[in-house]
Write a new protein. Structure first.
Length: 287
């Protein structure tokens, strides 16, 4: 699995992505993988376009910076609406500077399970990799591709005016409030546009239009380079719920992940666990 993922983005593509020079009005959506990236792409695109749904697949209109070269996408191609929007999974230290940044944070156990389900029958055949083995891999990815380093980097710059941090769980609890936060951040004030973008970012709407959020353009471009079968299947839309990770994970894995949290977010920021992070974000939203 690791060797396949190493082929997913070429060295040239990675270098070109990091060298991209955004405009000050650009928005880079850069959560960790499986933490609400596609959801936020849809929100931003709906707000900046007035609800356009004419795209083939969302990453065709909100392109992935690190993968653009390998997908033969020119990041300077004009985009619909008054705001250029891009996808990324880069941490603060690596992301191209000079834009505005939206990051969605998510419980690491939920993110782990979501990535495991996402990879099944794409990067590995279901049943051939155990949750325990995948949890070890997820825990020990290289630093630039690690959940904790990503979260550390963005939490450290959360007070910047060009950074907006949201929580996946808060988005699930109150999507209209989250969309309004994003609208203010990118300068959209039209109430009708905000309402439409909110409706089009609902789980029911996105599930009904699942083919536009299924990564088929990415698979077409990168499966051959990874040696993956052309008929692999995956979905960016899971069950649309938060809090489902913990019951699927053993107590030992939960303990190991709690320790890693304490070693990183706890040691640096005094956040004892992910719920403490949510509480801090909740207070920030109320200000």
């Amino acid at each position: 699995m690791k060797s396949v993922l190493d082929l997913f983005v070429s060295d040239e593509g990675w270098s070109r992505g990091l060298a991209f020079q955004p405009h000050p009005t650009d928005v880079i959506i850069t959560p960790f993988a499986k933490c609400g990236t596609t959801w936020m792409q849809q929100i931003v695109h709906g707000l900046r376009s007035g609800g356009d749904m004419s795209f083939d697949e969302i990453s065709g209109v909100v392109p992935w910076i690190e993968l653009a070269y390998d997908m033969d996408i020119d990041l300077e191609t004009p985009q619909i609406g008054g705001v250029r929007a891009f996808k990324s999974h880069l941490c603060w230290h690596d992301v191209p500077k000079g834009a505005r940044y939206i990051v969605v944070l998510r419980d690491p156990l939920d993110a782990l399970v979501s990535m495991f389900r996402f990879f099944e029958d794409w990067f590995f055949v279901a049943g051939t990799v155990s949750m325990e083995d995948f949890a070890d891999y997820y825990l020990d990815r290289s630093e630039e591709k690690d959940y904790w380093n990503h979260t550390l980097s963005w939490w450290g710059v959360r007070e910047r005016k060009d950074v907006l941090l949201l929580a996946y769980e808060h988005m699930k609890q109150d999507l209209p409030v989250a969309v309004q936060q994003v609208a203010r951040f990118i300068g959209v004030t039209d109430g009708d546009v905000i309402e439409k973008a909110t409706e089009q970012a609902s789980f029911a709407f996105m599930k009904a239009h699942g083919g536009q959020f299924d990564d088929h353009l990415t698979r077409i471009a990168r499966d051959p380079a990874c040696g993956l079968p052309a008929d692999s299947q995956t979905s960016k839309l899971g069950l649309g719920k938060a809090g489902l990770g913990r019951p699927q994970i053993s107590a030992d894995i939960q303990k190991t992940y709690a320790t890693r949290w304490q070693e990183t977010m706890g040691a640096r920021f005094g956040l004892r666990d992910y719920p403490a992070l949510l509480e801090t974000l909740s207070r920030a939203r109320e200000r």
